[in-house]
Design a protein around this ligand. Structure first.
Ligand code: COA
Ligand code: AMP
Length: 618
C-alpha cells in the first residue's frame, strides 16, 4: 500500500479494482464475479453478515476473545461476552425469531435501550436474512408509530424500560401507545423484562424475551444476496415522515471491514469503543457491525459522559477495559469539559492504552479540539459522515497514513468518496470557496442504494439537484491542500447534541396547536449541544395568549410527539415571520442570523421589520 494520496487516487480511478480487493476481507458463500452495477455493489455475491461478524472469528480461534463488553453504570452491571458466547446467544435469538414466523426479507423493529440484547437482536436478524429497523429510545410513541407503519415489522423486539441518569423511562407504555396509533400491527412483541420497571404483557401479542428464548432452537446463517437489505435506519428528512435509509449486506460488510483498519487503524483483538447509541448510525456501524466484522472487542456503554456518576465516566471505561480507540460526539467532550474544565478526572485513571479519539456527529469546534488534545496528548480526529453513507466520507485515515491535522477540518475525503463542492449552477467551486458538498457518483460500497419503499424520494432528495452527484445536505469548502471544511447543513436538518433532527417535523407539530397560525423552527448555536431548536410562532388573530404559556404548551407538545431528545424548550411569539413577497419563509436568512453569519436582507423581502424582530429575539 502506498501513501494516502496514492490509495485515494487508486480508489477514484479504478473503484472496481479497489473494492474487489477490499472484498477479499470478507467471507463469501459465493464470491462476487461482478463488482458493481449502477449503484449496487457485488450484485451476484452471496454472504451472511452475522457469519462475518461472529461465526468466522470463532472458527478462526477467537472464540474465547471478548466480543462485547457491556458496561452499565446506570444499573451497576458489567458483563463480558466472548465471541463463542455471543454467537450462542445470537443463534438462539435467531431461532426465536424463526419460531415467530420471521423469514428472510421480513422486517423486525428493535426498540431497545443500550443492553446486550439490542446487539443480539440486530445480529439475529442478520443471521436469518431478516431486516432490522432500530428505533432510538429517546423518541416519542408517535415517532415509533410512524416507523412501524412504514417498516411493517412482523415482530417488534423491545424492553420494559430504558434508564436515564435521573429517571427510569418505561418503554413498554410507549410501545403500547405506538401500536394503538399505528395501522400496521406486528404478529408479536418480545419484551425483555428489566428489574427497574417490569412491564405488563398483552396476552397473545406480547412474549417474555427470556422465556421465549429458552424454548428456541438455535438457527444457522442464511445465505443472502449482497444486495439484499441488512437494515433500514430512519433518519430525519425535511418533513414529519423520516427517510428509511437502506443498507445492503455485501457493500456494507466490505466497506465497514475496510474502514476499521484503514480509517481507524484498529486491529483484530483490540478494544474499540463507540460511545453512541445503537439507535443511531454510529451505533449500527461502530458499536455493532464494524468492530465485530474486524474481530475487535466492542464496548456497549449504558451511561452518559457526565453524571454516571461523574465526568470521569469515559476515562474509567477506557482504563478498565483497555480501550485503544474511542469514538464519540464533540458534545460529549463539551459536557465533560463543562464539569471538569481542568481535566482532573483523567488523572484518576491510566489512559496510557488510548491511542486515538475520533469525533463525529456534528462540527468539532476548535476549542473542544484543543482542550481534548491538550488533555489526552493523543491524536484527536474529527471525521465527517452521515446516516446515508454509513461510514466516514472525510477523515484522517490513520490506518493508511496519518496526515497533519488542521483544526476545524475533518481532513480529506476518504478513499471511495469523490467530494465535489458545487455552486448553485452546478459548477465546481475553486479552493476556499463555499458551496454544496456533493459526492460524484458512483458512491462507494456501504452507502445507501435507495430509501425503503421510496425510490422516487431517494432520487428526488439526493440525486436531482445536481445530476451525477449525491447531495449531502451540508455546505462547505475544500482548501488548496484538499482538506475539507464542513460548515453546516443547508437544509432543514439540525444537530442537537449529535442527534439529527428535522425542523420541518417540529414545524408540523407546532402548526397543529390550535392557536398557532404559522411557524418556523431553526437551530441556534448552543455551547453544550451544538445547536438547539427555537420556534418562532405567529398566533391566530384573536388568540390573545400569554407567550410564556404558549411556550410551555409547545414544549410539551414536541416532547409528546417527537420526544425528549428534541430538547425543544424555546418558542418565541412574533408578530410576523420574515417572508418573500411571494410568501416563502426566509429560513436561510433566519439561520444566518442565528449562527451570527453575515447576511444580506433579500431584495424580495415583504417586510424588513420582521427580520429585525427575529434578530432582537435571539
Ligand atoms: N431513552 C429515553 N430518553 C432519552 C434517551 C433514551 N435513549 N436518550 C436521551 N433521552 C432524553 C434525556 O433523558 C433527556 O431528557 P430530559 O429532557 O428529560 O432531560 C433528553 O432526551 C435529551 O437527552 P440528551 O440529548 O442525552 O441530553 P442530556 O441533556 O440528557 O445530556 C449530553 C447531554 C451531552 C451528556 C448528551 O447529549 C450526550 O451524551 N451526548 C452524546 C451524543 C451522542 O452520543 N450522539 C450520538 C451520535 S455520535
Ligand atoms: P447523522 O445522519 O445523524 O449522522 O447526521 C449527519 C450530519 O451530521 C451531517 O450531514 C452533518 O451535518 C453533521 N455532521 C456529522 N459529522 C460531522 C462533522 N465531523 N463535522 C461537521 N458536521 C458533521
Amino acid at each position: 500500500m502506498g501513501g494516502f494520496d496514492a490509495v485515494y487516487r487508486a480508489s477514484i480511478e479504478d473503484p472496481e479494482r479497489f473494492w474487489a480487493e477490499a472484498a477479499r476481507g470478507i467471507d463469501w458463500d459465493q464470491p462476487p464475479t461482478v463488482v458493481s452495477q449502477g449503484n449496487r455493489w457485488f450484485p451476484d455475491g452471496r454472504l451472511n453478515t452475522c457469519h462475518n461478524a461472529l461465526d468466522r472469528h470463532v472458527a478462526a480461534g477467537r472464540g474465547d476473545q471478548a466480543a462485547l463488553i457491556y458496561d452499565s453504570p446506570v444499573t451497576g452491571t458489567e458483563r463480558t461476552y466472548t465471541y463463542a458466547e455471543l454467537l450462542e446467544q445470537v443463534r438462539r435469538a435467531a431461532g426465536m425469531l424463526r419460531g415467530l414466523g420471521v423469514e428472510a426479507g421480513d422486517t423486525v423493529v428493535v426498540y431497545m435501550p443500550m443492553v446486550p440484547e439490542a446487539v443480539i437482536a440486530m445480529l439475529a436478524c442478520a443471521r436469518i436474512g431478516a431486516v432490522h429497523s432500530v428505533v432510538f429510545g429517546g423518541f416519542a410513541a408517535n415517532e415509533l408509530a410512524v416507523r412501524i407503519d412504514h417498516a411493517k415489522p412482523k415482530v417488534v423486539l423491545s424492553a420494559s424500560c430504558g434508564i436515564e441518569p435521573t429517571r427510569v423511562v418505561p418503554y413498554k407504555p410507549l410501545l403500547d401507545a405506538a401500536l394503538a396509533q399505528a395501522t400496521h400491527q406486528p404478529g408479536h412483541c418480545v419484551i425483555l423484562q428489566r428489574d427497574q420497571a417490569p412491564a405488563d404483557l398483552v396476552q397473545g401479542r406480547d412474549l417474555d424475551w427470556a422465556a421465549t428464548l429458552a424454548q428456541a432452537d438455535p438457527a444457522d446463517c442464511v445465505s443472502v444476496a449482497a444486495t439484499d437489505p441488512l437494515y433500514i435506519l430512519y433518519t430525519s428528512g425535511t418533513t414529519g415522515l423520516p427517510k428509511g435509509v437502506v443498507r445492503d449486506n455485501g457493500g456494507h460488510a466490505v466497506a465497514l471491514h475496510w474502514s476499521m483498519s484503514n480509517v481507524y487503524g484498529a486491529a483484530p483483538g483490540e478494544v474499540y469503543w463507540a460511545a453512541s447509541d445503537v439507535g443511531w448510525v454510529v451505533g449500527h456501524s461502530y458499536i455493532v457491525y464494524g468492530p465485530l466484522l474486524a474481530g475487535c472487542t466492542t464496548v456497549l456503554y449504558e451511561g452518559k459522559p457526565v453524571g454516571t456518576p461523574d465526568p470521569g465516566a469515559f476515562w474509567r471505561v477506557v482504563a478498565i477495559h483497555g480501550v485503544r480507540t474511542l469514538f464519540t460526539a464533540p458534545t460529549a467532550i463539551r459536557a465533560i469539559k463543562k464539569e471538569d474544565p481542568s481535566g482532573a478526572f483523567t488523572g484518576k485513571w491510566d489512559l496510557s492504552g488510548l491511542r486515538y479519539l475520533f469525533l463525529a456527529g456534528e462540527r468539532l469546534d476548535p476549542d473542544t479540539y484543543h482542550w481534548a488534545c491538550d488533555l489526552l496528548g493523543i491524536p484527536v480526529i474529527d471525521h465527517w459522515w452521515q446516516t446515508e453513507t454509513g461510514w466516514p466520507i472525510a477523515a484522517n485515515c490513520v490506518g493508511i497514513e496519518p496526515l497533519p491535522i488542521k483544526p476545524g477540518s475533518p481532513t480529506k475525503p476518504v478513499p471511495g468518496y469523490d467530494v465535489r463542492i458545487l455552486d448553485p449552477d452546478g459548477n465546481l467551486c475553486p479552493a476556499g470557496v463555499e458551496g454544496a458538498v456533493t459526492l460524484r457518483l458512483p458512491l462507494p460500497p456501504g452507502t445507501l442504494p435507495t430509501l425503503y419503499r421510496d425510490d422516487e424520494r431517494f432520487a428526488e432528495a439526493y440525486l436531482s439537484r445536481f445530476p451525477g452527484h449525491y447531495l449531502t445536505g451540508d455546505g462547505g469548502y475544500l482548501d488548496a491542500d484538499g482538506y475539507l471544511y464542513v460548515m453546516g447543513r443547508i437544509d432543514d436538518v439540525i444537530n442537537v447534541a449529535g442527534h439529527r433532527l428535522s425542523t420541518g417535523a417540529m414545524e408540523e407539530v407546532i402548526a397543529s396547536h390550535p392557536d398557532v397560525a404559522e411557524c418556523a423552527v431553526i437551530g441556534v448555536a448552543d455551547e453544550l449541544k451544538g445547536q438547539l431548536p427555537v420556534g418562532f410562532v405567529v398566533l391566530k388573530a384573536g388568540a390573545d395568549r400569554d407567550p410564556a404559556e404558549i411556550e410551555r404548551e409547545l414544549t410539551a407538545l414536541i416532547r409528546d410527539r417527537i420526544g425528549p431528545v428534541a430538547a425543544f424548550r424555546r418558542a418565541v411569539v412574533v408578530g410576523k415571520l420574515p417572508k418573500t413577497r411571494s410568501g416563502k419563509i426566509l429560513r436561510g436568512t433566519m439561520r444566518d442570523i442565528a449562527a451570527g453569519r453575515p447576511y444580506t436582507t433579500p431584495s424580495t423581502i415583504e417586510d424588513p421589520a420582521a427580520l429585525d424582530e427575529i434578530t432582537r429575539s435571539l
